[in-house]
Write a protein that binds this ligand. Structure first.
Ligand code: DMJ
Length: 479
């Protein structure tokens, strides 16, 4: 079983009433929490057009930081002006540019879209001598190239996408079980890494299924389905799943059901989204089966809040009460899957945490009320859920969530060179780190922008985004 991390910053458990957050554990001293305005007392939001303009300006501020200091490299360090190779030292894939491509398109930055697409076609090397992380390469690069192709129609982007996916495929086809290896060398095809967590096993069916559709080559979709089936075949009698499987033996290496936390989070997301995007009923049925089990065994309603505990997959025994910020996306997924009341409640629990902090901390323990990670890695999941729930319901609450989240980022994590992660959100001022993660260009501000922009470039009724925020359906090409 996976041990839960010890609380890094134990804080007293308090139960004071905090406006709309009444009954939820304040996860910071009450004075700080009380300083946060309750929704009812907050000033009305600016007009939608104003917010959309503000959000686009901030995205372009970050983009300019990347362009000036790290163009063609994977990621920028916005404080120092340094660069970071995400996949392998000495190898760059222009990750942030690939991540930004469809966001730039939605924000009508057509000259930048052309600049990025030109760079990809000329410089992105799908056969680089680099051992890459398969899951990250799929959701970020394959998904980014697909979304870029769907936005622009440039066949060079689809060609790169296919070449890259062909070179990732040995991670699946070399596996005796169908459970993918975690790493592959793009040049040699050598595979490594035999302990993938569930997110790394399943978070490819959207990209691979869509690529199969676009190319007529079913190998990609077949590999993704084989991987999913391998996991479903190993579910417990309670219909719960563990965390990690062995690629070659097919044995569970960790039998903790930690959904919706990482490292299993998007495994569940891709079941629902795969059913939706690909019309695959089997994926939808698997989503329902597994989600019912998570709701039955892991949902905790406590002091007015809604959280998800960790349990043993075979016996349902309670193992922990850790909640990662990355799990905040689950409110949107539950809503899309039809569990709207639970979805709303879970999002409110995260909103209450945001009442207590300028930006969301990385992890907490809802049992003790302690923060177990005081970092903020510029995470997008809360905004992702706000976007999903706003699209489902149209409720103003989710616009407020998104705008408050945006204000937190702009007020605390903006630096002259762009936006950066934080090492400690509990200090005043926040202790900053020095990195703009690639996903920031794909996700955070895209979700907020789409809520306020009413852009004709996105089909709000049918649009579908990947776990990395890539628009895999619903990009409306410009005339
Ligand atoms: C992103 O890469 C994706 O959202 C992924 O599913 C997990 N989370 C990171 C950003 O936090």
């Amino acid at each position: 079983m996976r041990p839960l991390p010890a609380p890094a910053v134990p804080l007293p458990r308090r139960r004071a009433v905090l406006g709309a957050a009444a009954g939820v554990f304040p996860l910071l001293p009450v004075s700080r929490a009380a300083a946060a305005a309750a929704p009812a007392r907050r000033a009305p939001l600016p007009t939608d057009a104003t917010v959309a303009r503000e959000v686009r300006e901030e995205f372009l501020h970050a983009w300019e930081g990347y362009r000036q200091a790290a163009w063609g490299y994977d990621e920028v360090r916005p404080l120092s002006g340094g660069r970071h190779d995400f996949f392998a030292d000495g190898q760059s894939f222009g990750l942030s540019a690939v991540e930004a491509l469809d966001t730039l398109y939605l924000m009508e930055q057509d000259a930048e879209v052309a600049r990025v697409a030109d760079w990809i076609e000329a410089h992105l090397d799908p056969a680089a001598d680099a051992e890459v992380h398969v899951f990250e390469a799929v959701i970020r690069l394959v998904g980014g190239l697909l979304a870029g192709y769907l936005c622009t129609g440039r066949s060079g982007l689809l060609d790169r996408c296919r070449e890259l996916t062909d070179r990732l495929l040995p991670a699946f086809t070399a596996s005796p079980t169908g459970i993918p290896y975690t790493r592959v060398n793009l040049r040699t095809g050598a595979v490594a890494g035999t302990a993938p967590p569930l997110a790394e096993i399943g978070s490819n069916v959207l990209e691979f299924g869509l690529l199969s559709r676009l190319t007529g080559d079913n190998r990609y979709y077949a590999a993704a389905k084989r991987a999913y089936r391998a996991v479903l075949d190993r579910r417990s009698a309670l219909d719960l799943l563990g965390t990690t499987l062995h690629t070659e033996t097919g044995q569970w290496l960790d039998t903790t059901s930690c959904a919706p936390n990482p490292p299993v989070d998007s495994f569940y997301e891709y079941l629902w989204a795969g059913g939706e995007l690909l019309g695959d009923r089997e994926l939808t049925d698997w989503y329902r089966l597994l989600t019912d089990a998570v709701l039955r065994h892991q949902l905790v309603r406590q002091d007015g809040a809604t959280w998800f505990q960790q349990v043993g997959a075979t016996d349902g025994a309670v193992l922990g009460q850790a909640q990662s910020e990355l799990a905040a996306f689950y409110a949107g997924l539950l809503g899309k899957g039809g569990d709207l009341a639970t979805a709303r409640a879970y999002h409110r629990s995260w909103s209450a945490v945001l009442e207590c902090h300028p930006v969301l901390p990385e992890e907490l323990d809802f049992g003790t009320g302690a923060l177990t990670s005081v970092r903020d890695d510029l995470r997008p999941e809360y905004a992702n859920a706000a976007f999903d729930l706003w699209r489902l319901t149209g409720d103003a609450e989710y616009k407020e969530s998104a705008y408050r989240y945006f204000q937190g980022l702009r007020g605390n994590l903006r630096v002259p060179g762009g936006y950066t992660v934080a090492q400690d959100v509990t200090t005043s001022p926040i202790t900053l780190g020095d990195l703009t993660p690639g996903y920031f260009f794909a996700e955070n501000l895209k979700y907020v922008y789409l809520i306020f922009a009413a852009t004709p470039r996105f089909d709000y009724a049918n649009g579908l985004l990947s776990t990395e925020g890539k628009v895999l359906r619903g990009a409306v090409r410009r005339r």
